[in-house]
Design a protein around this ligand. Structure first.
Ligand code: UDP
Length: 236
């Protein structure tokens, strides 16, 4: 039995690099495409927001002397590049995907509106929503929480390279343990890094559960939508 019928999948740009130091790793990209197709084939409605950290982040531009707004716009364009790559990979294996963009960019993608994205989801397309929120000073974590709430998804699935939320950084602390479930309040009190605070607050205030899980292990996405207890569930 499917637990989640409509989800927002947040993919980090950084995870798309795989073991590379920059850009798109095709093995990771193809694994993402296959995992997405696997669940859309099962009838799950999948909206996707991808980051751009594998290509460009606004803040790293600032350190090189770029204007912050320009840097953030470059970062948002990086998310469009990743979104097109994922669309192409999904289509390449016979799946259906549409790219929507936060700002006008036809013919690269259709301008995002809620009704158009819902139409796509209901017609079995993965709706890849590119370009972040369209505004500087935000992140794709925030864009994913916004679209997740807006599209009335049942959960925000944060697919990364780590397999959940830990008591402390497992790379630095060997005694760190993973939470199976944690409330928004406890995660906030303990200052645990789930998503950035703007995104975290958006999810918390709108009661959108977050599941942090390792998307770089093939088959995990399907496990999550079937309600298997992998990763960490953050809820009210
Ligand atoms: N960005 C932005 N507004 C948004 C979303 C993203 O300005 O609504 C820019 C910002 O510069 C960010 C970059 O796009 O650094 C890439 O997004 P993000 O860092 O969230 O990617 P991720 O960490 O998930 O790879």
């Amino acid at each position: 039995m499917l637990k989640y019928k409509r989800i927002l999948l947040k993919l980090s740009g950084e995870a798309l690099m795989g073991n590379d130091s920059y850009g798109i790793n095709t093995l990771v990209l193809n694994s993402y495409a296959e995992q997405v197709k696997e669940i859309t084939d099962l009838g799950v409605e999948v909206a996707i927001v991808i980051g751009g950290g594998n290509i460009f982040r606004g803040l790293s531009g600032v350190s090189k002397g770029f204007d912050r707004v320009k840097g953030d716009q470059m970062g948002m364009l990086a998310t469009v590049i990743n979104s097109l790559a994922l669309q192409s990979a999904i289509e390449g294996i016979g799946g259906k995907a549409k790219v929507f963009t936060a700002t006008k960019m036809e013919p690269v993608g259709e301008l995002y509106t809620k009704p158009k994205a819902l139409d796509a989801l209901k017609s079995g397309f993965a709706a890849i929503i590119a370009g972040g929120t369209g505004n500087p000073f935000f992140t794709t974590d925030t864009a994913s929480s916004l679209r997740g709430v807006e599209l009335e998804t049942q959960a925000l699935l944060k697919g990364t390279r780590v397999d959940g939320v830990y008591t402390s950084d497992p790379e630095k602390d060997p005694t760190a343990t993973k939470y199976e479930t944690i409330t928004f309040a406890e995660a906030y009190e303990k200052k645990l890094k789930v998503m950035d605070l703007t995104a975290f607050t958006m999810c918390s205030e709108n009661n959108l559960p977050i599941i942090v899980f390792d998307m770089n292990t093939s088959g995990n996405l399907k496990k999550v939508v079937f309600g298997e207890k992998i990763g960490t569930l953050v809820k009210k």
